[in-house]
Design a protein around this ligand. Structure first.
Ligand code: 6PG
Length: 467
């Protein structure tokens, strides 16, 4: 019983998190079904560090100090239940089990309840930052059992990314709040990735801009107010050549992308909560559309493909492009954060959005310079329903709306699909509409189904014989 912290799963995330834990002076143990992974983890420990890898659940449990601190880093779904089952015979009351994967939040609620009966503290904790984040400083989103989190806080604060010395980990709220916040993080991640690829598509396919110029544009964007991890890696990606063909690697990568479900879950649950997140919905839809490659090929012959302009000089539109990206990006975050505010009420999570935006400033995939303004907005008004209602943020989008509409018109003219850009504009236009045309929808429902309608001038439900 000498190890401070253990993970189940020594894949990329598990072993990197554990090595990070070991780097901060804690003794770290890992359990994996694969003897190779257990051995590779041990071999990766530095001299002087205390690391232990095993394939035996019993040896793993025995190696840990009690009450035990065990993090599961296995794929979401059945593997999490199997990992818990394999550990249970060796656990004792008071032990803490943390699910660090992208588990669906209702699974976390179920596991929390069943482990509580056995006296085991369980909490879900979203972890973002991919491979290198896990190794050198992720952003972590724990929720649920607060006292259990408090016990492990020193370890998590040590291994987390830091922004101005502040660790990117904080208690997110009750129950499955940690997994929920991470799920919405991923929904935002999907939308921003799609938005960047829309700008790339407009430049490359719509305007015939050279790859090197697109690369320079993203590298330049990363220097100023648009600075973000996803813009930064896009600039890096556009530099990398394929060893085999000598082409830019991205140009030989297929144009259909897989997904593991977190973006889809964000949209699905947003629908359940009546939380409008059209930009996230559009991003999920575009991943789905991307997978219909054969049909797209056929349709391009029948419906006509886009033919790019011969090399356009983009200097005249580069500022508008930047503004459009910024405008849409803020609207994407606005939707995701508003979904969190709605979910927090519905599920009694008591999420503090100034904490969420604080820990998203570093370590995670959606870290971006703009998160600081969002944190300030929530710090000034903890009950803020939507960041667009904050005067500073409102100004940031209002200053850019006209340029954004110009870029959207250009994309429509060129036939380039930019659904996240367009959804972001429509979200903005819808959200700020004191009056929407939904009165007509009420009338239609009443016309064909006698569903009744409400009026602006008196209380109650009314029905009309329309014809
Ligand atoms: C992160 C990522 C991470 C994972 C995504 C990928 O924050 O580090 O979000 O959790 O890479 O879930 O999601 P898809 O496979 O669905 O694109």
């Amino acid at each position: 019983n000498q190890y401070d912290f253990g993970t189940v799963g020594l894949g990329v995330m598990g072993s990197n998190i554990l090595l990070n834990v070991a780097d901060h002076g804690f003794a770290a143990a890992g359990l994996d079904l694969s003897p190779e992974k257990a051995a590779a983890f041990e071999a990766a420990g530095q001299p002087g560090q205390s690391v232990f890898g095993t394939t035996s659940a019993e040896a793993f449990a025995k190696s840990l100090k009690t009450p035990r601190a065990i993090m599961l880093l296995v794929p979401a779904g059945k593997p999490v239940d199997l990992a818990i089952e394999s550990l249970l015979p060796f656990l004792e009351q008071g032990d803490i089990v943390i699910d660090g994967g992208n588990s669906y939040f209702t699974d976390t609620n179920r596991r929390f309840a069943s482990l509580k009966e056995k006296g085991i503290h369980f909490f879900g904790m979203g972890i973002s930052g991919g491979e290198s984040g896990a190794r050198f400083g992720p952003s972590m989103m724990p929720g649920g059992d607060k006292s259990a989190y408090e016990r492990l806080r020193p370890i998590f604060e040590a291994i987390a990314a830091k922004v101005n010395g502040e660790p990117c980990v904080a208690y997110m709220g009750n129950g499955s709040a940690g997994n929920y916040v991470k799920m919405v993080h991923n929904g935002i991640e999907y939308a921003i990735m799609q938005l960047i690829s829309e700008i790339y598509d407009l430049l490359k396919r719509g305007l015939g801009v050279a790859d090197t110029d697109i690369q320079e544009l993203f590298a330049d964007w990363n220097q100023g107010e648009l600075q973000s991890f996803l813009i930064e890696i896009t600039g890096e990606i556009l530099k990398v050549k394929d060893d085999e063909t000598g082409h830019l690697l991205v140009n030989v990568i297929s144009d259909w992308a897989r997904s593991k479900g977190t973006g889809k879950w964000t949209s699905q649950n947003a629908m359940d909560l009546q939380a409008p997140v059209p930009s996230i919905d559009s991003a999920v839809t575009m991943r789905n559309l991307s997978s219909h490659k054969e049909q797209r090929l056929e349709a391009s012959k029948i419906l006509g493909n886009v033919s790019p302009d011969s090399k356009t000089d983009i200097s005249s539109i580069s500022q508008s492009l930047k503004d459009a990206y910024y405008f849409a990006m803020i609207n994407v975050y606005a939707q995701g954060l508003a979904q969190l505010a709605i979910a927090s009420k519905e599920y009694q999570y008591e999420i503090d959005l100034s904490e969420v935006t604080k820990i998203w400033r570093g370590g995670c995939i959606i870290r971006a310079a703009c998160l600081e303004s969002f944190r300030e907005a929530f710090a000034a008004d903890s009950g803020l329903q939507n960041i667009l209602l904050d005067a500073n943020i409102a100004r940031l989008v209002l200053d850019r709306q006209s340029a954004t509409r110009d870029i959207a018109k250009l994309a429509i003219d060129k036939g380039i699909p930019v659904p996240v850009l367009l959804s972001s504009i429509s979200y903005f236009d819808g959200y700020r509409s004191a009056v929407l045309p939904t009165n007509l929808i009420q009338a239609q429902r009443d016309f064909f189904g006698a569903h009744t309608y409400e009026r602006i001038d008196k209380e109650g439900f009314f029905h009309t014989i329309w014809e």
